[in-house]
Design a protein around this ligand. Structure first.
Ligand code: AMP
Ligand code: GLY
Length: 406
């Protein structure tokens, strides 16, 4: 089949790498893609947040399947526009993507579906904000109600900082703090039937030991050697299935990845957030272990045929991703510096471009993803760090404790 893949980050490079090895895929077009993806398929420029432009490209490239990687195009209605052309698309329509685009909508769905999550208040003014801060107490969790690439949330002991962040948001949600380790589970859905991938964990803060500001994610690993055996089945029955049924019941079936971000708290599992696409960087190590055909899986989901697909197959062992970020990320990212070491086997491009001379330069906050695999998390981690050490970008940084001590 011919696949059109929308996006340009590390997640899309990982998807492209899986599709490039997949016998069910004979042509891969990436739009806009990145220099790493250009080695796996044709890259075509497009404004990926423009539904008409993407739908037009799906038609002219004669795509049998369109895969939308990032959230912004989904929330903009790109999947709806492609579907309206009669082309199967993996990714939810605008309405279903609100599960990620609006935290208040996600809370409403969870309440209706009986899904456990942190208690929360949507606040409109300073009086409501202060009342909610005092109701839940420290640590304070303050979320911008909109897409913020994982950076619109602050968790702080400092009430003044919490209040200042809340006052800077157009609409704000204040939540109960959830203790306990976090888990990401990506559930592939055709609107009715769902299949879980391997559970993963990501590292959201910029600094070692979980210090510093939140980022889009500084690293990840899978599977979770410490997780209870029934973790995935519990998340499916208590979280994913009721949420997907609620969305289907509202006439907006969710076709794509329901990303369940959970905390395993002292009071049981609770949803921290939902997203409407594969998590970045968790999907990078997950796909490194996928044995089933990704192309056939996503094609079946896009066509309402997951029931016939069966469970996914995974390689034994573990995979780890270490993100190499630009100087200043996530605050004031310095871009444009030359990148060396991206050609190592296992390195994915997340924020790179070629300059006019053909030199690879760092353009994003997160520049490269270093993926190691091995028989254990410890072995995979060693390989990922060897790759990260081999990357040279002036001023770059990566966490030293991704998947440590497992
Ligand atoms: P979100 O954008 O909702 O995923 O939040 C980003 C990150 O903030 C999460 O991955 C958590 O690490 C943290 N966070 C969000 N909500 C809570 C909460 N209620 N309690 C504790 N930490 C949270
Ligand atoms: N890894 C976090 C995210 O993709 O939002």
């Amino acid at each position: 089949m011919r696949v059109l893949l929308i996006g340009s980050g590390g997640r899309e490079h990982a998807i492209a790498a899986a599709l490039a090895q997949d016998v069910s895929v004979d042509t891969l077009v990436c739009a806009p893609g990145n220099p790493g993806m250009a080695e796996l398929g044709e890259c075509v420029p497009v404004n990926m947040n423009d539904p008409t432009a993407v739908a037009g490209l799906a038609v002219t490239s004669a795509a049998d399947l369109v895969i939308v990687g990032p959230e912004a195009p989904l929330v903009a209605g790109v999947a709806d526009a492609v579907r309206a052309k009669g082309i199967p698309v993996y990714g939810p329509g605008r309405e279903a993507a609100r599960i990620e685009g609006s935290k208040a909508f996600a809370k409403e769905i969870m309440a209706a579906a009986g899904v456990p999550t942190a208690a929360a208040r949507s606040c409109r003014d300073q009086k409501e904000i202060e009342a909610a801060l005092d109701e839940f107490g420290a640590p304070y969790v303050v979320k911008d109600d909109g897409l913020a690439a994982g950076k619109g949330v602050i968790v702080t002991e400092d009430r003044d900082a919490a209040l200042a962040h809340a006052l800077g948001c157009e609409r704000v949600v204040i939540e109960e703090y959830l203790d306990g380790p976090e888990v990401s589970l990506f559930v592939v859905s055709d609107g009715e039937t769902a299949r879980p991938m391997l559970p993963a964990q990501d590292f959201k803060r910029v600094g070692d030991g979980g210090t510093g500001p939140n980022t889009g994610g500084m690293g990840a690993y899978t599977p979770l050697p410490w997780a209870p055996d029934d973790l995935v089945s519990e998340i499916m029955t208590r979280v994913a299935e009721p949420t997907l049924a609620e969305l289907a019941g509202r006439g907006t079936p969710f076709i794509g990845t329901l990303y369940c971000g959970l905390a395993l708290t002292s009071k049981g599992l609770k949803v921290v957030e939902f997203n409407a696409r594969f998590g970045d960087p968790e999907i990078q190590p997950i796909l490194a272990l996928l044995e089933s055909s990704l192309g056939e899986l996503l094609y079946a989901a896009a066509n309402g045929k997951l029931a016939g697909f069966g469970p996914l197959w995974w390689r034994e062992g573990a995979a780890v991703c270490v993100v190499v970020a630009n100087e200043g990320y996530p605050e004031e990212t310095i871009t444009g510096r030359p990148v060396y070491g991206a050609d190592q086997e296992g390195v994915l491009h997340a924020g790179t471009a070629l300059d006019a001379t053909g030199q690879l330069i760092a353009t994003g906050g997160r520049v490269l993803n270093c993926i190691g695999t091995g028989a254990s998390v410890a072995q995979a981690r060693q390989e990922a760090y060897m790759l990260a050490e081999g990357v040279k970008i002036e001023g770059c940084h990566f966490r030293g404790d991704i998947a440590a001590g497992l």
